[in-house]
Design a protein around this ligand. Structure first.
Ligand code: ZN
Length: 122
């Protein structure tokens, strides 16, 4: 019996997603004063599958900030639970998630005002 559980190409599971988001948060700096945020100050506001919306307030300058994290791996496909065996064969070709990807998104959305309808219909 062969198992692929050690295959490094499989999409990240729930725990690795959380670790990835947490690792990203440790690198985020306040757009106002440039200091690192404290991950303990983040609150998960919303989550749709692989879109995470967190909010925080800088403990140095009190500036508030929303962070929207997109896990890119499912952006162009159906949810993984609906994939056929053939489609699962393409999973290996999905781009790896990197913290740099989500950092780009964060930079775009620093002005985000909390209007989710506008964000997802734009
Ligand atoms: Zn600040």
């Amino acid at each position: 019996m062969e198992h692929d559980s050690t295959n490094p190409q499989v999409p990240p599971d729930e725990n690795s997603k959380r670790r990835l988001v947490l690792r990203l948060l440790t690198r985020l700096r306040c757009s106002e004063c440039g200091r690192l945020y404290d991950t303990e100050d983040f609150v998960l506001v919303h989550r749709w599958q692989d879109v995470w919306v967190l909010s925080t307030r800088c403990r140095h300058c009190n500036d508030s900030c929303h962070v929207v994290v997109f896990m890119h791996l499912e952006a162009e496909t159906e949810p993984i639970g609906d994939l056929t065996p053939d489609e699962l064969g393409t999973v290996d070709e999905w781009p790896a998630i990197t913290a740099d990807d989500v950092l780009d998104v964060h930079a775009l959305l620093q002005e985000f005002d909390g209007d989710f309808d506008k964000l997802f219909t734009a």
